[in-house]
Design a protein. Structure first.
Length: 319
């Protein structure tokens, strides 16, 4: 998400922050958010550490007028955060003296003491820690934006929040999915994920996905996603919202998935507008698709045998 647009918006919103600090804070923040969006937990943790150090140097500048030079290590960042509370109120407000330092201390502790690259455990600690780190960073940036209300600052940050992904290209007011290995359901989820608006018109999703028939698109793509609670499809307003389950699906099953060799590991290929080439039987193999317009080179095909029907959403079971 480290785009010129995102950088310019933040640069304008943080004009109250001295340039040297502002440039580093924006760079570290956008890097953190981008890496979080790609589930690069270890890399996001490194960016979080740099972000914390940049914020602490800004607080040193504002409250103590004595700054640890960039490139020189801050010996004990947590103690330094605690020390800001001792600064007289006449020098800085409670946000700068107490609240932001405590948020930075939490962020740095989460990144440094817990360790971002967890192995094992009963829960996905990486995802939970990563989400917390990203949101605390959002909050800190909002606190630094003094020229607008907190709600407006949060709206700005939310509009930049880790949804600018390389798989979606925005051009001339339209969006295009640059992944040839995704079916139309996955394309729709990815388009919703990349959109900063809370709701997207169904006709826009139809046009962006390049499906051939709007009514069929609503029947074959939107309704199944709605039935699976991946989206909320309002038929009265013809608007679509990505659900938390849909966000999880995009982040865990779509973003970062490889090209054609793994195109069928999640849901199959573009089978919505052509005959289903997959037969019945528990044993499957990959082989060239036949009679499936727009499909990638490989499809799943039954080798025979009895059992439940194998549909286009059956995962590839091989290696």
């Amino acid at each position: 998400m480290s785009t010129p647009k995102a950088r310019s918006l933040l640069d304008a919103a943080l004009t109250n922050v001295p340039t040297d600090f502002r440039n580093r804070i924006i760079k570290n923040y956008l890097e953190l958010k981008s890496r979080h969006a790609q589930n690069m937990h270890d890399a996001a943790g490194l960016s979080a550490g740099k972000f914390c150090e940049s914020i602490v140097r800004l607080l040193q500048h504002e409250l103590k007028k004595k700054v640890t030079p960039f490139g020189q290590r801050i010996l004990n960042l947590s103690d330094e955060c605690d020390s800001f509370a001792q600064v007289p109120r006449t020098i800085g407000n409670d946000s700068m003296r107490i609240v932001i330092p405590k948020a930075v201390s939490l962020l740095y502790t989460l990144r440094n003491k817990r360790g971002i690259g967890h192995v094992g455990g009963d829960i996905d600690a990486n995802a939970i820690d990563g989400m917390t780190i990203a949101r605390v960073a959002d909050w800190i940036v909002c606190e630094l934006i003094h020229t607008t209300s907190l709600e407006e600052a949060d709206a700005l940050v939310t509009s930049l929040a880790a949804r600018d992904i390389p798989d979606v290209w925005e051009v001339a007011g339209k969006k295009r999915v640059l992944r040839g290995d995704l079916d139309f359901k996955d394309k729709t989820l990815l388009l919703l994920y990349s959109s900063t608006e809370s709701a997207v018109l169904a006709e826009d999703l139809f046009a962006w996905s390049k499906y051939s028939n709007f009514n069929v698109y609503k029947t074959k793509v939107l309704r199944p996603l709605d039935n699976g609670n991946l989206i909320e499809y309002d038929r009265e307003t013809e608007s679509v919202i990505l659900s938390p389950l849909g966000v999880k699906c995009v982040e865990e099953q779509i973003i970062g998935r490889a090209g054609p060799e793994t195109a069928l590991e999640g849901r199959g290929a573009n089978l919505d507008e052509g005959p289903n080439p997959i037969g019945k039987g528990p044993t499957l193999r990959r082989e060239p698709c036949q009679g499936v317009p727009g499909a990638p080179p490989l499809c799943l095909r039954s080798l025979g045998g009895s059992g439940a029907g194998v549909g286009p959403e059956t995962p590839w079971l091989g290696s």
